[in-house]
Design a protein around this ligand. Structure first.
Ligand SMILES: Nc1nc(=O)c2c([nH]1)NC[C@@H]1CN(c3ccc(C(=O)N[C@@H](CCC(=O)O)C(=O)O)cc3)CN21
Ligand SMILES: CC(C)C(=O)C(=O)O
Ligand SMILES: [Mg+2]
Length: 270
């Protein structure tokens, strides 16, 4: 049963801004490969984020810090080849935008090598000059505030962010600065719902929440929401399938079929 009518036209950053104006919520999921991107796109997802969470769910790293531009390019190019309608956004990885010059070089490279539509960078005032330069080059940029996993070694944990007045004010001013800088949207990760509600109301660009309460849109890591990434159960996660169970069961049946000579049968041979 189809629960959503897929979008007909290619979605652009302007489409997302228009959706906010109309009050239509924005759906976003991550993807890192061709076949998954094709499923999300055919189902009618508005936007696909090629997250540096690939570090965790594709490569098995503890944090997103080891991810490189070259690795992001492989994932993002694969997703682009599987996508017709959705807006494809690629995370710039840790250490790839430490100053405007390096940021522009890497941004241009990711755009040229992947064919993606936009980039996402973590941070506020400290990256505003870099964001401005990338936007000036004609590259749409999404911001990312609150829990910024690339700074995990600075914070020491994945706890709730902006949970006091001073940090909440800083986040609000960062959000406004990113909008002024030309960002077309901002991810708000693991912050109080009351704060993201205020930020969403003050900005005309869409906010996309992950553990950020009722924003203009929502994003989840696809492996998490499909129940494939066993053992990760943050409060903000809702699971829509149990792929860990389903895949393990399917693989178990395949193993049994091979062992007991059931597979391949006559019609599966030449
Ligand atoms: N698989 C995956 N899902 C994500 O949502 C995700 C990534 N990886 N990698 C990059 C960042 C890191 N993110 C995180 C990481 C931890 C928590 C968190 O709340 N952790 C809980 C423990 C939850 C658990 O392990 O069950 C904590 O209390 O630290 C939230 C977002 C979100 N992003
Ligand atoms: C969690 C989302 C927003 C992200 O940045 C990622 O998947 O890398
Ligand atoms: Mg990320």
């Amino acid at each position: 049963m189809s629960v959503h009518t897929p979008a007909k036209k290619k979605i652009t950053v302007q489409t997302l801004i228009d959706m906010k104006r109309r009050g239509e919520k924005i759906s976003m999921l991550t993807a890192y490969d061709f076949t998954t991107a094709r499923i999300l796109d055919e189902a009618g997802i508005d936007s696909i984020l090629v997250g540096d969470s690939a570090a965790n769910v594709m490569a098995g790293y503890e944090t997103t810090v080891p991810m490189t531009v070259d690795e992001m390019i492989v994932y993002a190019a694969s997703v682009v080849r599987g996508t017709e309608h959705a807006l494809v956004i690629c995370d710039m990885p840790f250490g790839s935008y430490t100053n405007p010059t390096q940021g522009i070089d890497n941004a241009v490279r990711i755009m040229q090598k992947t064919g993606c539509d936009a980039l996402k960078l973590e941070g506020g005032a400290e990256i505003a000059d870099t964001v401005r330069k990338i936007v000036e080059m004609g590259i749409p940029v999404m911001g990312h505030l609150g829990l910024t996993p690339q700074s995990i070694h600075k914070f020491g944990g994945y706890g709730l962010r902006a949970n006091n007045e001073q940090e909440a004010e800083k986040l609000m001013s960062d959000a406004k600065l990113l909008e002024e800088t030309g960002c077309f949207g901002i991810v708000l990760e693991k912050i109080p719902a009351s704060l993201s509600e205020k930020v969403s109301a003050q900005l005309s660009i869409p906010t996309i929440g992950i553990g950020g309460g009722m924003c203009d849109g929502q994003v989840l890591v696809v492996d998490d929401m499909l129940g494939k990434n066993n053992g990760f159960h943050p409060k903000f996660l809702r699971t829509y399938a149990d792929l860990h169970r389903d895949m393990a069961e399917a693989v178990g049946r395949y193993i049994a079929d091979v062992k007991n000579r059931d597979f391949p049968n006559i019609s599966e041979q030449y």
